[in-house]
Design a binder for this molecule. Structure first.
Ligand code: ACO
Ligand code: ZN
Length: 223
């Protein structure tokens, strides 16, 4: 299932006097020092990735030949929470999300895929939900003027279907895509979200998917 959890992002939104960085894609106002600082930070993380040096008490929930998955929970020590927030900031900037406050912050689970080079190369943020609204196929009129800008504004059904787990974000570092990192994150989530059971693909829902997210989710749920 793909569902909506937040209002559509206005992708066509133009900030007055703003520029878009050609390397990292961030839209910012160069004349605004705060904006500029945010850009410099995002730019670096976007290209270099986020380092992960390891914690004494880390919760490793899966291990692979090319890395491992660490789970961060809401009441973890602040160094773990800070790392999860840093990753979420990068992901949100990349996806163009405004800061979204989770509905049950004390129930959010963050899965980080750590590469052998000690970098965070994947992230999945999940939270419990009760219901989801199926995303309908895209409107058929092929050349609606704003179809490109509204590529995220999927229409969705107003009939709720039961669901258990909502994936609010899934992201893989640009240079590590198509190596099944997202797949392994979702597999691990299904195994770990509720104690003692493996969630079926019907019980998980992808929130407000991007085109990449939609392709991945469609493929994942069919296999
Ligand atoms: N185009 C077509 N098919 C795809 C794509 C794509 N961009 N991405 C994944 N798939 C399909 C493929 O069939 C793939 O298998 P294959 O490589 O053997 O053909 C299968 O899904 C599994 O893909 P993974 O390798 O596990 O996916 P990946 O690790 O590359 O991560 C992701 C996919 C997370 C969507 C990544 O492209 C990404 O981070 N994109 C930018 C951020 C984004 O848009 N995230 C989704 C937001 S929606 C949300 O958060 C709920
Ligand atoms: Zn940049």
């Amino acid at each position: 299932t793909m569902f909506r959890m937040r209002p559509p992002v206005d992708a066509g939104q133009k900030h007055f006097g703003a520029t878009m960085c050609k390397s990292c894609g961030m839209i910012y106002t160069a004349s605004n020092p705060e904006d500029e600082l945010q850009h410099v930070q995002h730019h670096h993380r976007f290209l270099e990735g986020i380092k992960y040096t390891g914690w004494k008490r880390e919760r490793v929930v899966a291990e692979f030949w090319d890395g491992k998955i660490v789970l961060v929970l809401p009441h973890d020590p602040s160094y773990a929470i800070k790392k999860a927030e840093e990753v979420q900031e990068l992901v949100d900037n990349e996806l163009g999300f405004q800061q979204v406050v989770p509905r049950c912050p004390n129930k959010t689970k963050t899965f980080l895929f750590i590469s052998d080079e000690k970098k965070v190369v994947g992230c999945l943020i999940a939270e419990p939900i009760q219901q989801a609204f199926r995303v309908l196929s895209e409107p058929t009129s092929p050349e609606s003027p704003s179809s490109k800008e509204c590529h995220r504004a999927w229409r969705c059904s107003n009939v709720p279907v039961p669901a258990v787990c909502g994936i609010s974000r899934i992201w893989v570092f640009r240079f590590k895509r198509r190596k099944r990192i997202a797949r392994r994150l979702v597999d691990t989530l299904r195994n770990r979200f509720m104690f003692g059971c493996f969630l079926s693909t019907n019980e998980i829902a992808f929130s407000d998917p991007t085109p990449d997210g939609k392709l991945f989710a469609a493929k994942y749920c069919n296999t």
